[in-house]
Structures are given as structure tokens and as C-alpha cells.
Design a protein around this ligand. Structure first.
Ligand code: HEC
Length: 102
């Protein structure tokens, strides 16, 4: 019984965890760099704002607001529409760790 509870707890904490390493891969694979830069410093030509070092909860909220259409972002929408909630969490953890500097 005790063992069952411990493994259930471990499983649920894994499911909730944010994985910044996975977020790093997602950031590279989904073109975030093109508009936000490798350090999240922003890219002027693309009108991509600086996001590096932003709070993870803010990045997560922005991504889900764009997905739900509560914020309108036609440039970025095609790149995030097919990502999962877990992908958003992992991306947020990674973006929060970026310096935001050139
Ligand atoms: C084609 C360009 C483009 C790509 C690719 C792109 N973005 Fe964006 N992103 C933008 C633009 C433009 C905005 C500003 C939109 C607005 O708020 O009106 C933005 C805004 C954001 C914001 C909100 C910033 C704030 O201060 O509210 C976050 C977070 C973000 N992008 C993360 C990402 C992530 C993560 C990826 C990769 C999955 C990504 N973006 C890919 C162009 C892009």
C-alpha cells in the first residue's frame, strides 16, 4: 500500500514537472529562434519581442492565450498551434532560463 502511494506520487510529480532540456529542443525545433533569438533577446526585423528571463508562468499564459485566441498573434500561431500543454510548460521553463541579452 505504502509503495503504491509513493509510486503514484512520483508519477504525478513527473507529469507536472517542467523540463527545460526538453524545452530547449522544442525552442530550436519550432522556430522560436527566428523571431525571438537564441537567447530570447528578441529579433527586431521579425517584431519578435524579448522573452528571455521572463517568468515561466507568464510565458505559459501567453502561449495558452495565443492558442485559445484570447491574444491574437497571427505570425506566431502556426508555430504553436500543434504543441501540447506539456510542450508549453517545457518551453516556458526554458525561456525563463534564457538571458534575454544579445
Ligand atoms: C514568425 C515569428 C514568431 C515565431 C516563429 C515565434 N514567435 Fe513568439 N511572438 C512573435 C510576435 C510577433 C510576438 C508579439 C505578439 C503580440 O503580443 O502582439 C510574439 C510573442 C511571444 C510571447 C509573448 C511575449 C510577451 O511579452 O507577452 C511569447 C511568450 C512567445 N512569443 C514565445 C514564443 C515561443 C516559445 C516560440 C516558439 C514555439 C515563438 N514565440 C515563436 C513572433 C514569433
Amino acid at each position: 500500500m505504502y509503495r503504491w502511494i509513493v509510486s503514484a506520487l512520483l508519477l504525478s510529480s513527473t507529469a507536472l514537472a517542467q523540463d527545460a532540456t526538453r524545452g530547449d529542443n522544442l525552442y530550436k525545433a519550432n522556430n522560436c529562434i527566428q523571431c525571438h533569438g537564441p537567447n530570447g533577446q528578441g529579433v527586431t526585423d521579425q517584431k519578435g519581442p524579448r522573452i528571455g528571463g521572463q517568468y515561466d508562468w507568464y510565458v505559459l499564459k501567453a502561449l495558452s492565450d495565443f492558442k485559445k485566441g484570447e491574444r491574437n498573434n497571427p505570425e506566431m500561431y502556426p508555430y504553436i498551434r500543434n504543441l501540447s500543454e506539456q510542450d508549453y510548460k517545457d518551453l516556458s521553463a526554458y525561456v525563463a532560463q534564457l538571458s534575454g541579452q544579445d
